[in-house]
Design a protein around this ligand. Structure first.
Ligand SMILES: [Ca+2]
Length: 505
């Protein structure tokens, strides 16, 4: 065992579904470097995020708390300043903490990011936050791209209609990889353990991808998702129906050719990330830090990619909530395939324990330490889950990105109470609760989740059991933060009466 705590290199992609890696069974996509990483890692095949959209999911990864507990439930609203994030724990453990790429905090500034516990970082959240993007500033200063020109612009003269007009060397994925490696070299030389969050904006839509990645899958055989009808869309719960038809879209009628090219561009974007991850792992090796560094690879949520006649995420379908998750820590974490049901709430406590820290008070996950590193001193015994949970708030989607997202108490957004959507998923069953509406899917008989059994009398007992699981979860998941700080008040070092949870050293 190393004497200094291990470093952490936490790599996250955005909107990257589980089945789009070679190591996770996709025979078309080429991801040799991530596949090799997976072979050296504990690679989880049933890992689920707790919110199928950026901010709720990312804050769950980083706080160990469910979205209804950390309360960062909507994109583009102010961060809940009460929530402590992973970087803060590492900073307090004496780590040098840094980030490169997408955080999706609001306000989306580097200054705010530093206030959450990062010592340094380069931000690239994109979209409406371009003015704060270190990548965009770098691109403007590179001389290789006209100022004010859309860096997501495509070239129409190529076979792949999603071919990015930017060359590979100026692309945001390349930038994120290169800046990660720069940070890695600087942080490795500081004589302290480091925590570095390397966060790729891709393969998130829009699907523009630079050459040579745009041409990589030109002739690849890609399986088309199953077609659905308007009747199928009409029978969905109101929130899902609003999502499927937002902005007047009829995505279930998209031509095969358009769907196939989106898949090819999505695959190309992932292969481009694979190169950057490989180069970054090479840098780690070159610095002699392979054995002293925990490497995590995961994504914040998936992409339905035209399944169920929909695009993007925001749903409880597997393609939205099932993501890659792997952890490499040579000689400590046992590599191999793990098929336990696991959640992103489990990540914070697992990483802290692997680094010699404890499980934070108020953490709602279950550390995986006892599973992947049995016998590690200070590691919690593993308690296997038989159910995972997720929840969803998507007012901006229901409102068609038409601000403000008016919320009426008891009525939701524009009459849709999607804010209350919850999911419970066991190995076999998935139960989704919307206010007044339900779905129940038999994942064994119907892995594509096409036929809800919620109204099937033969499934009434199953449905009741799944509903009970949701109720138990809602009652117990945040019991520690509801109860203990209220009855356990202490004097801190400054003599002030404070909640135990908020005490100062
Ligand atoms: Ca995201």
């Amino acid at each position: 065992m190393p004497t200094m705590p291990p470093n952490v290199l936490f790599i996250m992609t955005d909107q990257h579904r589980y089945d789009c890696l070679g190591c996770n069974g996709n025979a078309v996509i080429r991801t040799p470097r991530i596949d090799a990483l997976a072979a050296e890692s504990a690679n989880f095949s049933l890992f689920f995020v707790q919110g199928p959209v950026c901010v709720p999911s990312r804050q769950t990864f980083f706080s160990g708390r469910y979205p209804h507990s950390h309360k960062n439930r909507v994109n583009y609203t102010a961060m809940n300043a009460d929530v402590r994030l992973m970087q803060r724990y590492y900073q307090e453990m004496g780590y040098r903490t840094g980030f490169v790429g997408k955080l999706h905090y609001y306000p989306p500034t580097r200054g705010y990011a530093l206030a959450t516990g990062f010592d340094e970082g380069l931000i690239h959240d994109a979209g409406p936050t371009d003015d704060h993007s270190d990548y965009v500033a770098w691109l403007r200063g590179s001389g290789g791209w006209p100022v004010g020109c859309d860096y997501r612009r495509c070239r129409a003269d190529r076979m792949n209609p999603h071919t990015c007009a930017l060359p590979d060397e100026l692309h945001e994925t390349t930038w994120c990889g290169a800046k990660t490696r720069e940070k890695l070299r600087v942080m490795a030389g500081s004589g302290r353990p480091f925590f570095l969050f390397s966060s790729y904006w891709k393969p998130h839509s829009p699907f523009e991808v630079p050459e040579p990645w745009a041409s990589m899958y030109d002739n690849a055989e890609v399986r088309l998702p199953r077609r659905v009808t308007e009747q199928y869309i009409d029978a969905l719960p109101a929130g899902l129906r609003a999502f499927a038809t937002r902005g007047g879209g009829r995505h279930w009628e998209a031509p095969d050719e358009a769907i196939l090219w989106q898949y090819r561009a999505y695959y190309g974007a992932i292969s481009q990330i694979d190169r950057e991850v490989g180069l970054t792992l090479d840098t780690l090796d070159g610095l002699g830090l392979r054995d002293e560094t925990i490497v995590v690879f995961c994504s914040d949520h998936g992409d339905v990619m035209h399944e169920h006649g929909m695009v993007d995420k925001n749903t409880f379908f597997e393609s939205s909530i099932h993501v890659p998750f792997m952890v490499r820590y040579p000689n400590v974490v046992r590599s191999g395939a793990y098929d336990q049901l696991t959640e992103s709430t489990d990540v914070l406590s697992t990483l802290l324990e692997l680094c010699g820290g404890g499980v934070p008070y108020g953490d709602e996950g279950r550390p995986l330490t006892g599973l992947i590193a049995p016998g590690l001193p200070g590691g919690s015994p593993y308690r296997e889950r038989d159910c995972v949970f997720a929840e969803n708030v998507i007012p901006e989607v229901i409102a068609g990105m038409d601000e403000p997202f008016e919320f009426a108490r008891g009525e939701g957004v524009r009459g849709i109470r999607h804010p209350d959507a919850k999911m419970a998923r066991t190995r076999r069953w998935k139960y989704n609760y919307y206010a007044g509406e339900e779905e129940l899917y038999d994942l064994e008989a119907d892995p594509d989740e096409m036929v809800s059994r919620a109204d099937d009398p033969a499934c009434a007992g199953i449905k009741r059991g799944m509903k009970d699981r949701l109720l138990d979860w809602m009652i117990t998941s945040d019991e520690s933060s509801q109860i203990a700080p209220r009855w356990y008040v202490v004097r801190d070092a400054r003599g002030e009466w404070v909640d135990w949870e908020r005490r100062h050293p």
